[in-house]
Design a protein around this ligand. Structure first.
Ligand code: APR
Length: 234
């Protein structure tokens, strides 16, 4: 790694997809205003009422057909393509907009709407249409075991070892479009501080006092491209 191009770790949240038309979770128009987390984003909720949970994620999955990446997603894909150092993109989002913008090194720590997990055989498979109890696992061909491949509250996020390794080696940590409400993602900025990384927040508004060295506030489609341009012009 060329020394003067420290590795960059980016954490994104729902705010980066807001201008593509996907709802965020908190705030007056947030998803959690119309649904109780306990009902649609916990294992208990799924066992209590599976069809409610299937339908919640079917709606999320269907919406992906009608939205496209925005300028902030595109800017991060350009950063990964043109920055001489390494760029790791960790997202809390379950949409596929980073990939569709061209980002390749993406870690979906909360899972993906377009993936199904089978509790019979443990396989994960790509899932584009609606899912229901009678849906067949494309691996073991059994019904009654498929769930959305989403990390629910109380479950362990995916790829935490890979995430911690990237944070330990990072020189720049950038938090984009996340309220910093949910751990462990909300704690990544502190891990970055411990290794002396330069910490940047790009968000609609400042989230936690003093955790960041640098902050640019406004719409992601404005603040993210301009920050990427600054980094690439160094
Ligand atoms: N541009 C930039 N930032 C925005 C925009 C925008 N257009 N719109 C909203 N934001 C910011 C909000 O100010 C807020 O700080 O994005 C953040 C969205 O916060 P949340 O709705 O809490 O979403 P997120 O931080 O991703 O939630 C984390 O919580 O419910 C769980 O699993 C879910 O992954 C999610 C996690």
């Amino acid at each position: 790694m060329p020394y003067d191009f420290p590795s960059i770790v980016i954490l994104t949240g729902a705010g980066i997809s807001a201008e593509s038309g996907l709802q965020t979770f908190r705030g007056d128009t947030g998803l959690w205003e119309d649904h109780r987390v306990e009902d649609v984003a916990t294992v208990q909720g799924f066992h209590r009422n599976p069809s409610l949970v299937y339908e919640f994620y079917n709606a999320r999955r269907r919406q992906l057909q009608d939205v496209t990446p925005n300028g902030a997603h595109d800017a991060l894909a350009q950063l990964e393509a043109e920055y001489p150092g390494s760029v790791t993109l960790i997202t809390q989002n379950i949409d596929d907009l980073h990939e569709r913008a061209g980002s390749q090194n993406v870690v979906h720590m909360h899972g993906q709407a377009s993936s199904a997990l089978c509790s019979h055989c443990g396989a994960r498979c790509s899932w584009k249409g609606d899912m229901k109890e009678s849906s067949l696992c494309s691996h073991c061909q059994r019904a009654g075991g498929l769930r959305p491949d989403i990390v629910w509250f109380g479950e362990i996020p995916y790829e935490m070892e890979r995430i911690e390794k990237a944070l330990e080696a990072c020189g720049i940590f950038v938090s984009i479009g996340t309220s910093g409400n949910v751990y462990p993602a909300a704690g990544f900025v502190n891990l970055a501080r411990q290794v002396g990384a330069h910490r940047v927040e790009l968000n609609l508004e400042a989230t936690s006092g003093g955790a960041f060295d640098e902050g640019h506030y406004g719409l992601a489609t404005q603040v993210v491209p301009s920050w990427v341009k600054k980094v690439l012009s160094r």
